[in-house]
Design a protein around this ligand. Sequence first.
Ligand SMILES: *Cc1c(COP(=O)(O)O)cnc(C)c1O
Length: 359
Amino acid sequence: MNRLHNFSAGPAALPLDVLKKVEKELVDYQNKGASLIEMSHRGPEYTAINTEAAERLKRITGAGNDWIVQFLQGGASSQFMMVPQNFLGSDQTADYIDTGSWSSKAIREARLFGNVHIPFSGKENNYSAIPDNSELNASDNAVYTHFTSNNTIFGSQFRKEPETGGSLLVCDASSDFLSRPIDIDKYGLIYAGAQKNLGPAGVTVVMIRKSFLETQVSRTMPTMLNYKTHVDTLFNTPPVFAVYFLNYVLEWIEDKGGLSWFETYNADKAALLYDEIDRDEFYRGTVEKGSRSHMNVTFRLGSEELEKKFLAEASQHRLSALKGHRSVGGVRASIYNACEVDSVKALVDFMKQFRSDNG
Ligand SMILES: *Cc1c(COP(=O)(O)O)cnc(C)c1O
């Protein structure tokens, strides 16, 4: 077996232990004579997995019994629409902090349903920084405040939850959920597409505080898009493979030591890369130091020509998927929970060599 050093932004590297475990039991799940993904989603096997995954998510994040966990489809992109449809009345206002492309997409959808106030936008500075609380111009009547905890494309990340004008937070945590502890009491709803840091594509984890769900607006909406449809019941077939896999990733997170363990592990990995970037002018970080992401490390080289050469030579060293997002260019190393420190060290070694060959 010769696995790549995989820096893909998503679908991204998954824990090898979990891949092997699923491989081992994929054809015959627990001697039942069939794969888990060939069984009814209402049977005892899948029901146990669904329940266990939801319980693990609550335990890992510190969410109490006032929280509901849902495993939905349609990606984080569908949550851009479902959140305002359920929680933003046409005469109400929600605050949306604009820190990158995903935030902007969420804003576009929210405007279909009600008023959007933007307490901060990083757009004019090419999304190179996360706002301090003092830069946030919150409205005092927002029904919720939406933010993107980690900006996958630009490589910036909130160090801690932003202050609001009193409303609960709604968070698109797609690219850093379960990478570090969160202050759960500040949130009303958290959503994350699984394919960055949680598991395979196909499931979107949605955690909703019950009291927040009670603030749902009265509006006619399609059954599938109403969060209440999915409370305490499987309304339709969930993405069973993705939830099954996710459940093992959650087990792996707990076995490693939970979110504080990953916070340190991820910060250490990120520091290895940022130290190398900051060594001199050869590599240039694209984000202000205090706003740098511990998940997506973005940087540029002296010219696009040199960047091309960097990427081509990196792939010869089995360092894969380092190309920056097509909208911004440059280099991006995505180092989610499952990206091993040895992969990061291999990348740093390559960066040193490339500098001395081309500097
Ligand atoms: C990838 C990503 C999305 C989009 O997720 P889909 O599951 O493809 O809809 C949204 N927000 C963030 C922060 C992301 O990283």
